[in-house]
Design a protein around this ligand. Structure first.
Ligand SMILES: [Ca+2]
Ligand SMILES: [Ca+2]
Ligand SMILES: [Ca+2]
Length: 321
């Protein structure tokens, strides 16, 4: 029996509630309040039992990582390493902590739970260590079910995984295997979050980049997805073409002139649509900024397949006749 408050959605960016995953699993997202201040006790680690391994090479065994029943006791785990035959039972909680690599564009972390004992149903929660807010909550639809959850990670950020037993599971102990893996986002134009960091475009030459943002706290920040570019334009007509937009987001661009004025902007008619205006009228000569962002942002966590926006590059071309 699990008691959980209903999501408190006020003032929170769009949140998906109760998605049934393709696996038939159940999802609950909540808006978590910060527990106040930074998490001074987050640094982790406990030594593992005799059968356990260190951070780097994986490990496992029934007592792996124990004691890890509170977030302050989180056991550090390494991305890409397998941890096997960890014991779970009703009433036990296992906290793990991991650190995202320092890639400028961030990456996607996927945590897989497999070989879940036939009498157990894992409840997996993902937290940001920065604000101790809950990013995601997922449990199986049946005992013994494997689970795979993913989230978008920001460079160098710490995250915590809480593994417990979902309410109705048997009281008997059971085991599970766990592996968290990381896929870097391939956007060489990052970091480009501001005018000062704008990456130069060449007129008539397509720039390929990825629209994504990693979680620095439990909730995404709208502007973290921004990509800024710069291009020298002459007075007259210009064409701005944003193409190959991934199907899970609605892209938007702004043209900003050298005085800081927004010349025009445009977003897609629907998710995945190209955003094209071949009749942009440039009035001031000089360096213009093209700001690309999402009118409808991609999801930043889930239990289904990672959406295409994390790997599919959009194509931005600015040209003048
Ligand atoms: Ca534990
Ligand atoms: Ca980007
Ligand atoms: Ca960016």
């Amino acid at each position: 029996m699990m008691k959980r408050s209903l999501p408190l959605l006020a003032g929170v960016v769009p949140v998906l509630v109760a998605i049934l995953s393709s696996m038939g699993g159940c999802t609950v997202t909540t808006s978590s309040s910060s527990s106040g201040g930074t998490d001074g006790g987050a640094s982790s680690s406990s030594s593992s039992s005799s059968s356990g391994g260190g951070d780097a090479g994986g490990g496992g065994g029934c007592e792996f990582g124990e004691p890890n029943n509170t977030r302050e006791q989180s056991t550090s785990i390494a991305l890409g390493s397998a941890y096997t035959e960890i014991c779970a039972k009703k009433g036990d909680v296992d906290y793990y902590e991991l650190v995202a690599p320092n890639d400028a564009a961030g990456g996607v972390i996927k945590a897989d739970f497999t070989n879940v004992g036939a009498t157990g149903n894992l409840n997996v929660k993902i937290f940001s260590v920065t604000d101790n807010g809950e990013i995601y909550n997922h449990y199986g639809s049946a005992n013994g079910q494997s689970q795979s959850v993913w989230f978008s990670a920001a460079p160098g950020q710490k995250y915590r995984i809480e593994v417990s037993t979902f309410g109705a599971s048997d009281d008997n102990a059971y085991k599970y295997d766990m592996k968290a893996s990381y896929t870097k986002i391939d956007d060489p134009s990052e970091p480009n979050q501001s005018k000062d960091e704008a990456k130069p475009l060449t007129k008539g030459v397509a720039m390929e980049a990825i629209l994504s943002s990693g979680l620095k706290g439990a909730r995404p920040v709208d502007t973290d997805i921004d990509d800024y570019f710069s291009v020298d334009l002459a007075p007259g007509k210009a064409s701005v073409r944003l193409e190959n937009v991934p199907a899970d987001l609605n892209a938007q661009w702004f043209v900003i002139d050298p005085t800081g004025k927004v010349v025009t902007n445009k977003y897609g008619s629907n998710d995945g649509a190209s955003v094209i205006n071949d009749e942009v009228l440039i009035e001031v000569a000089g360096k213009h900024i093209i700001r690309v962002n999402a009118f409808h942002a991609p999801e930043v966590f889930g239990a289904e397949a990672v959406p295409p926006s994390y790997s599919q590059k959009y194509k931005l071309t600015v040209a003048q006749p």
